[in-house]
Design a protein around this ligand. Structure first.
Ligand SMILES: [Fe+2]
Length: 276
């Protein structure tokens, strides 16, 4: 087994079809293409790209078709979980050729164990609802999945944030069942990262002593407005992604990367030492 494994987490693509802009403002497809180009030139290459939900904007089949055409140019293996903007049936169709595609069931859960990490995709979506749910059925599934590999460093991914971010309109649609998730995670100390999307911002906190990270969006970001009655607004801050680097002896580090072309790198030193 390798002693290092890197997950590139991207989130909330909100792909639309036929060149349509999201909210009549954002070219989410072009942003996704920029993201793929950025991923393809990373060195070294991540081992896996994890998409933490909202692949499409309205969950329509033509949006998933557009997603599938775009992601065909990604050179890396990828996995995806459902977000509140996804449609489970259409998402399944878009993922039909993926080796991790779960058997048909009520939830779009999966569990990957073919790397040094145990990586779990948990379906937190509630059809037609913006918020997420961690109900008893999902608790049973997660508890069972975690009990299969109690010694293996584990990453749990779900779309909805299991915490309060301070952004009021998003916290009104966070995960319902946070205490249930917390008590489940406490039983399984091998879990080292909980990764989510939904917030369209990089935010980090802890749950059951585990580092939780929400990823920025690949196109638009939720406005960083911490007023209780903040309006549901987005901003066109730089697109981003997270790199979760795991090493057998060093554990996890999480890096935030801005997606874009920022030109070549530049040396700190020349033949005379630190450049003055
Ligand atoms: Fe989203």
């Amino acid at each position: 087994m390798k002693d290092q494994f890197v997950i590139a987490q991207i989130s909330d693509l909100h792909i639309k079809a036929h060149g349509k802009l999201s909210y009549k403002k954002v070219d989410t497809l072009q942003a996704f293409k920029n993201c793929i180009a950025y991923l393809n030139q990373l060195s070294p290459q991540p081992d896996l790209v994890a998409i933490t939900g909202d692949l499409t904007d309205f969950g329509r089949s033509d949006e998933y078709q557009t997603f599938s055409e775009a992601i065909a140019s990604l050179k890396l293996p990828w996995v995806a979980i459902a977000g509140n903007h996804d449609d489970r049936h259409n998402l399944r169709t878009a993922c039909q050729n993926q080796p991790w595609l779960p058997a048909e069931s009520e939830f779009f859960h999966w569990s990957l164990n073919d790397s040094p990490l145990h990586i779990i995709g948990l379906d937190s979506t509630a059809p037609e609802k913006p918020w997420g749910e961690f109900c008893e059925k999902r608790q049973q599934w997660l508890d069972h999945a975690l009990s299969q590999h109690p010694q293996k460093p584990t990453v749990v991914m779900l779309h909805h944030h299991p915490f309060i971010s301070g952004i009021g309109h998003m916290d009104a649609q966070n995960l319902r069942g946070i205490e249930r998730l917390e008590s489940t995670l406490k039983k399984h100390p091998q879990v080292q990262r909980v990764l989510c999307g939904h917030l369209h911002r990089f935010i980090t906190t802890t749950l059951a002593g585990i580092t939780v990270c929400s990823a920025p969006g690949t196109s638009h970001q939720v406005a960083a407005d911490f007023n209780v009655n903040a309006p549901a607004h987005f901003s066109l801050e730089p697109a981003g992604m997270l790199l979760h680097r795991w090493h057998a002896e060093q554990g996890f580090t999480t890096h935030y990367l801005n997606i874009g072309n920022y030109g070549p790198t530049h040396p700190f030193y020349d033949a005379n030492g630190l450049i003055d």
